[in-house]
Design a protein around this ligand. Sequence first.
Ligand SMILES: Nc1ncnc2c1ncn2[C@@H]1O[C@H](COP(=O)(O)OP(=O)(O)OP(=O)(O)O)[C@@H](O)[C@H]1O
Ligand SMILES: [Mg+2]
Length: 309
Amino acid sequence: MQPENHPNTNNLNNVVTTNGLTKYYGVIKAVDKLTLSIPEKSVFGILGPNGSGKTTTLGMLLDVINPTSGSYSWFGKKPDKETRQTIGSILETPAFYPYLSAVDNLKIVAEIKAIGYENIHEVLQITGLYDRRNSAFSTFSLGMKQRLALASALLCDPLVMILDEPTNGLDPRGIAEIRELIRDIAARGKTIILASHLLDEVQKVCTHFAVLNKGQLLHSGPVNETKLDEQRLEMAAENMTNLKTVLESFPGTKKIETTGDTITITLPGAIQIGEVSRFVFERGIFITHLVSLKKSLETQFLEILNEPA
Ligand SMILES: Nc1ncnc2c1ncn2[C@@H]1O[C@H](COP(=O)(O)OP(=O)(O)OP(=O)(O)O)[C@@H](O)[C@H]1O
Ligand SMILES: [Mg+2]
């Protein structure tokens, strides 16, 4: 797999740019004057509640939905057939044949895409399905089916992957596996555009994100420049004054608030809760209460949604 072999990739900063992209379904405005740039090699999350226009946006970028007005360009130009071959997508779970093996299903995909079979083993390895390559699709778990869909999108060695709700319906382990896989694929130098209504998912895998609501762009930017990569912990101990002093000396503490009989500490998202409790314990403090205020991330997301556009 040699991304260098693809055309139109020299020194370009954005893989796709939209300009006033708009889609009406009758009177329903699904996407409203969307102007957005997606940087090369980013993992770009399009975040928004149900019905906010995520799938419609991806559909227009993939040329399966006609925009009502506005335009978009891939690699700085109107997309042609050659450009389209550098974009892999799972907009909806592809229909695989239940009684055929993973390998045979991918052979059929390769035939349809008019490409060779030579990448089949590699994409099965990347997606962790190699050991099950000869099992029938019908014997796969939901997570494995989703990974086979990713394998199928990877088959033509795309530069860009477009994924619509890639973890839909998966359990926490399946979600974590897909997240790892997305990171692996990104580490291969591919740009990934994914739609999700899960803030947590976007926060964990994306480098950049945009927030859509009712078809309108409310926010766009790198993930680490927003408060989305923060976490808050609510804590209490028998001696609150000592707890506060110790927390003030914890590396990474961004903010400490005292509310009633608890202390709320704001930390970078990457810090494990165990690190905080160990730090405090090693300084002779016994915690009587420790709650992760994960909801606060959602609150921030909801705040973006509620800000006037
Ligand atoms: N084929 C269609 N015909 C009519 N209206 C549609 C069609 N597809 C989407 N819509 C409407 O366009 C709006 C945006 O839908 P879209 O599927 O793009 O949202 P979404 O953000 O992907 O939602 P979800 O999170 O539920 O997948 C919604 O109001 C939806 O009802
Ligand atoms: Mg959708």
